[in-house]
Write a protein that binds this ligand. Structure first.
Ligand SMILES: Nc1ncnc2c1ncn2[C@@H]1O[C@H](COP(=O)(O)OP(=O)(O)OP(=O)(O)O)[C@@H](O)[C@H]1O
Length: 774
């Protein structure tokens, strides 16, 4: 105890010293930034004064141009430095609040002196710029902190492995420059600290976990070897957290080659996007690009179709089982997600190289000017050794030329004369100015009125042809819709399975109505891109896919093509595979869909989110749950309350919510099965509680009482979770097991299940002592 007090005093003195150093740095930077700001303001003010503008002779023009360029570069450079310093100041500000969270002492083999390594969210050098007062948590040496306990230890650097011996390993909680707690730790870092962090109330925004990264998570964060890193992690095991720290790590490790615009995160819904948006800025990094697969689909197909989103698909499948299309859809969803369907499309594409492509007539002013047959004949007359996309671009060029011929002929037509007469003053003036401009840059002379009329005609026709030409460039003459439909219309009459006819009928009917189901979106885009030869995205160099169990093998093939040079970090949990296509079928998490030797797979089995009691309960809800290991944070048993009717249900929920709030819980989620049930719950509860309902249009959430369907709660956590109606009527099918599990695992501290009538059979395997029957 005595020693600890002395240590504490010494450590606080060091913190004070570091804070002084930070202050010195801030002062220095403040002076620099002040000077820079003044420079920029003055440079901007004098921009034109310092430039010699002379446009008389070509040489002078070049000189003027160079002078402008130089001046602009000068400002640009100052502005970049300004931004840089601004960023440094922000980081120093964070360090000032909490300079570091860990320390270990390391004696490198063959060295005499032990180094005391302090770890924080950024590196800090002392006044001589030689010694590290703080090491960035991402520096090579810092990995020792996450990977070893005192004893022999080693770490990798770009120049080789360094070996040595670690002695002290210490953790700190420092707030406002004051050490609040300090522990010497052993095997795992931060049992005490984790207890403290995890015991806190949940937040509406995810937090960074740098101070308490666990060894197995560190493996994910620092992995550099494989093209595809697959992480199967149980609910609450820190997959999303590890993914975000990994983004920060990559940005640090490859800071010369990589910036935040080269990294993209695909997340399950827009709400999740905002939930994770603060983690990287908290670590002093810019956020990566974020999107959802659906956003991409909408961007590509939203103008052509009413595209169904995955939530609507889910509502359908969770809803009326007796719907006449129910079984057909289920079959279609499974098949269209599979590699079998992709193979079929690949064969189809091969055949399309010889026959079967469909085109659209090109019309101008209501008349066909190039017919679809003409286009088709031209396409199939092209050398077949060229790929379809190559032939498509040759075809587009041919159409472009044909259009130009037609365009020229149109100029003399009556409609053009009429239009030129109808031109209003403003339009005419615009044309006239354009002509003047052309006159300056052209050899032609325009004295003649007739010539001017001709040019006006040319401009009018050009204007009308412009959208047509642009559409041709976008290959819109190809009838992708028809080609896709044809797949289900008997051209390839091979029946892959029983019930295929119904799937065909259903698909064609939908497409005719300009509707595209979610399961059709990926195959449709795949087919389109294969025919058109879409270039893959080269900007994104690292793609993160969270909730990867929601992606089908077909989607993965598609993503691989879309991001062909990209590394991928793929994270998910097969026990949370709640979409129909991923149930009892391979998903993006399944090793068999990856090429041997190209991927690495990491498993996380420890759950950090929920109390031990909640994890012991939820692990019994799924098959194979034995391997889930709770982090040892004690709490109360989950409860089960059976009631007789809805009004009793609402009374009990109100009572419980009030109690939870009194206990200090700030985010309380009432989780329903579907959006429809959420709406009903909201209507009933809103008179009695300040509740908010969330749907797939909700982009962020605040603390309080929330009602939402389980599929929207994915990836997110709450202090307390109330299952709205966990009865056997609601969750009576095997199909709903993973949904129920996902809902229950959102709880950090408290889980209460209410049921009208008999509880769900999905709880059959849960031992009675794992919950409290009210
Ligand atoms: N090493 C850690 N230190 C502190 N907190 C952690 C750590 N690992 C995970 N957590 C916490 O556990 C909770 C769950 O983490 P996260 O959401 O990243 O898990 P997940 O595996 O993505 O979960 P799910 O699949 O259920 O959505 C979060 O509150 C996170 O902050």
């Amino acid at each position: 105890m005595e020693k600890m007090n002395v240590d504490w005093k010494l450590e606080q003195e060091r913190v004070d010293h570091v804070l002084e150093e930070i202050d010195q740095k801030v002062k220095k930077l403040d002076t620099n930034i002040g000077g820079l700001k003044k420079d920029i303001v003055e440079l901007r003010k004098d921009f034109w004064n310092d430039i010699t503008v002379n446009l008389d002779e070509p040489d002078d023009v070049i000189e003027t141009f160079t002078s402008i360029k130089q001046q602009a570069e000068l400002i640009g450079e100052r502005e970049r430095s300004h931004k840089q310093i601004h960023k440094q100041l922000k980081t120093l500000d964070r360090l000032k609040y909490s300079p570091y969270f860990g320390r270990f002492d390391f004696l490198e083999d063959d060295e005499k002196e032990e180094e005391k390594v302090y770890i924080g969210i950024a590196s800090l050098l002392d006044g001589t710029d030689e010694n590290f007062l703080i090491y960035d948590w991402r520096a090579p040496i810092s990995s020792l902190y996450y990977d070893y306990y005192p004893g022999p230890a080693e770490y990798n650097t770009p120049f080789g492995t360094i070996q040595g011996d670690m002695s002290v390993k210490r953790q700190f909680i420092i707030k406002s420059g004051e050490i609040k707690s300090m522990f010497d730790t052993g095997v795992t870092i931060g049992d005490e600290m984790l207890q403290e962090v995890l015991g806190n109330n949940s937040n509406t925004q995810m937090k960074s976990i740098v101070a308490t990264i666990q060894k197995e998570q560190n493996k994910i964060i620092r992995n550099e070897k494989s093209r595809y890193l697959i992480v199967q992690g149980v609910a609450g095991s820190g997959k999303t957290s590890a993914a975000l720290q990994r983004v920060a790590y990559l940005l640090y490790r490859y800071r010369e080659q990589l910036n935040s615009s080269n990294i993209m995160l695909f997340s399950p819904n827009p709400l999740f996007n905002s939930y994770v948006a603060t983690v990287l800025p908290e670590l002093g990094e810019d956020n990566m690009q974020q999107s959802t697969f659906q956003e991409y689909v909408e961007y590509r197909l939203g103008k052509t179709f009413k595209v169904e989103d995955p939530f609507t698909q889910m509502e359908f499948l969770l809803g009326d089982v007796d719907h006449p299309d129910y079984e057909t859809r289920l079959t279609a969803i499974h098949y269209k997600a599979s590699i079998g369907f992709k193979d079929r499309i690949d064969k189809y594409i091969e055949a399309l190289g010889t026959e079967g492509l469909l085109f659209k007539n090109i019309k101008f002013r209501g008349k066909i000017i190039i017919s679809k047959d003409e286009i088709k004949n031209t396409f199939y007359s092209l050398d077949r050794s060229n790929s379809i996309p190559n032939r498509m671009s040759i075809l587009a060029e041919w159409i472009g030329k044909e259009l130009f011929k037609i365009e020229r002929k149109e100029r003399g037509k009556d409609w053009v004369t009429r239009e030129s007469e109808l031109m209003d003053k403003a339009e005419y003036l615009a044309f006239y100015q354009e002509l003047q401009r052309k006159r300056q840059s052209s050899e032609e002379t325009f004295d003649d009125f007739e010539l001017e009329q001709k040019l006006i005609a040319k401009e009018i026709v050009r204007k009308h042809f412009k959208p047509l030409k642009q559409a041709v460039k976008r290959l819109e003459f190809l009838n992708v819709q028809g080609v896709y439909r044809q797949l289900f219309e008997g051209i390839s009459s091979l029946k892959p399975f029983e019930g295929w006819e119904q799937v065909c009928r259903f698909t064609v009917e939908r497409i005719k109505k300009k509707e595209l189901t979610y399961e059709d979106a990926t195959p449709y885009l795949y087919l389109q891109d294969q025919l058109e030869g879409k270039k893959s995205n080269t900007l994104i160099r690292h793609l993160f896919i969270d909730e990867a169990q929601d992606y089908s093998p077909f989607q993965f093939e598609y993503l691989k093509q879309l991001f062909s040079n990209c590394r991928m970090t793929i994270l998910g949990d097969y026990n949370q595979a709640i979409y129909a296509h991923s149930m009892n079928a391979p998903t993006l998490l399944s090793p068999e869909i990856f090429e041997e030797g190209k991927y690495e797979r990491v498993e996380l089995t420890k759950s950090y989110r929920s109390t031990k009691e909640i994890v012991e309960f939820t692990k019994c809800l799924i098959n194979g749950g034995e391997m889930i290991e709770p982090f040892n944070r004690p709490g109360l048993l989950p409860t089960l309350t059976e009631v007789g009717n809805e009004s009793e249900l609402h009374d009990k929920i109100v009572e419980r919510v009030n109690q939870l709030q009194d206990e200090g819980h700030q985010t309380i989620a009432i989780i329903c099965k579907t959006a429809i049930e959420s709406k009903e719950a909201f209507d009933a509860l809103q008179k009695k509680l300040p509740v908010r309902v969330m749907d797939n249009e909700t982009y962020s959430f605040d603390k309080g009482i929330l009602i939402l369907p389980a599929y929207l709660a994915k990836g997110i956590e709450f202090d307390a979770v109330i299952i709205y109606n966990g009865s056997n009527d609601q969750y009576g099918r095997e199909y709903e097991r993973k949904l129920f599990y996902t809902a229950c695992t959102r709880a950090m501290h408290e889980l209460d299940i209410f049921t009208i009538g008999k509880r769900t059979m999905l709880m059959n395997e849960v031992p009675k002592e794992n919950y409290y029957l009210k």
